[in-house]
Write a new protein. Structure first.
Length: 97
């Protein structure tokens, strides 16, 4: 299955990269590896994440353990593709998405 990132998800990745490269440069490589592994899991098992019932169309979240929390990948499955909507770390202060 093909995995596509929305412009918002790309912005999220850039934000995470910028933060880690300044605050935790030694963790940057491991974070990138974990996210890449998670994307590969989603390609093989797109229904791995749990369903968020308050969103239509069906939206899911997949958790990636990292540090003292986890990365959250919010996505949708459309026909033959997985659309990554958002990506953030659970310790971030984020508005409701």
């Amino acid at each position: 299955m093909k995995l596509l990132l929305t412009p918002t998800a790309y912005a999220d990745l850039n934000r995470l990269y910028s933060f880690l490269s300044i605050q935790y440069p030694k963790a940057l490589k491991m974070a990138a590896l974990r996210i890449k592994q998670a994307f590969n899991i989603l390609k093989k098992h797109p229904r791995s994440g749990y369903i968020l019932t308050k969103f239509k169309p069906e939206t899911r979240e997949f958790l990636i353990p990292f540090g003292h929390g986890h990365y959250v990948v919010r996505y949708r499955i459309n026909a033959k593709k997985i659309q990554i909507l958002h990506l953030w770390h659970s310790k971030e202060k984020r508005p409701e998405l």
